[in-house]
Design a protein around this ligand. Structure first.
Ligand SMILES: Cc1ncc(COP(=O)(O)O)c(C=O)c1O
Length: 257
């Protein structure tokens, strides 16, 4: 059934403070134009991150009462680990508070000056974390993605031919990993197809390069995939299944929402 309202009730509200243009200009100047220096109480719409900023469901609030706060060996961690392993098939699960924290750990370990990291399009925090190590972050979106009027099912795909070309030019030894961002957020929040992920994986394997997913919006990509009755991955719980098939053949991923 098509609905014109959001199918949930918001149970609590939090007041926001409006500022005038003059106040905002002063705040920006006082902060040296560094948004991290502005008190959150002066922000009306906060776009620094959307991770963990939305209202929680009744089930999530209820689960807080089951939270095991033990400093080590917490049952809450094991529960999360079981679900994450089941979803991704990965052996090692490292919880981080945000996507950018996971990126920081990953690229500090994987990258050094002279390295190049290709992606369909790097998210801004991903690019910053790569460049902080002295490596180069390169976007390889589909050429058609630049046409804002064009409608494509998977406009967030990676240009796999350009990837091949880049590996030939740069040499595989300088590419510590290939990253695919699902959904392609900096490319307009566009979804990525399983076929594209598989193709990129084939190229990566041929050159001995690991393929990583930036799965920060993996669930959204799974939602946006056009429904095809013929696609077995969409039977049962379609989003879960699709997210599983997206993650399972990959080497690793930064956190999914
Ligand atoms: C594709 C992608 N990667 C990384 C991030 C960074 O995640 P966080 O804001 O949790 O640090 C985001 C956040 O929206 C994202 O959309």
């Amino acid at each position: 059934m098509k609905t014109i309202i959001e199918p949930f009730r918001i149970k609590s509200v939090e007041p926001l403070r409006y500022t005038t243009r003059e106040q905002r200009e002063r705040l920006l100047e006082e902060a040296g134009f560094n948004l991290f220096q502005i008190p959150a109480s002066d922000i009306l719409i906060d776009l620094l991150t959307d991770s963990g900023t939305s209202a929680m469901s009744t089930a999530q609030w209820a689960a807080m009462m089951r939270g095991d706060e033990s400093y080590a060996g917490s049952e809450s961690f094991y529960r999360m680990e079981r679900v994450a392993r089941d979803l991704t098939g990965f052996r090692h699960i490292i919880p981080t508070h945000q996507g950018r924290a996971a990126e920081r750990i990953l690229f500090q370990v994987m990258c050094r000056p002279g390295h190049v990291v290709p992606s369909n399009t790097h998210f801004d925090t991903t690019r910053a974390n790569i460049e902080f190590t002295g490596a180069r972050a390169v976007d390889l979106p589909l050429p058609e993605a630049a046409d804002t009027q064009l409608r494509l099912d998977f406009k967030g795909n990676m240009d796999v031919e350009a990837l091949e070309q880049m590996i030939r030019t740069e040499g595989a030894a300088r590419i510590p990993l290939i990253m695919i961002t699902v959904t392609n957020n900096s490319g307009g929040g566009q979804p990525v197809s399983m076929a594209n992920i598989e193709l990129a994986k084939q190229v990566a394997s041929r050159h001995g390069i690991p393929l990583y997913l930036d799965a920060c919006r993996g669930r959204a990509s799974a939602f946006k995939c056009p429904s095809t009755a013929a696609n077995p991955a969409r039977r049962g719980n379609p989003v879960w299944n699709l997210a599983c098939s997206m993650a399972k053949p990959r080497e690793a991923a930064t956190p999914a929402e």
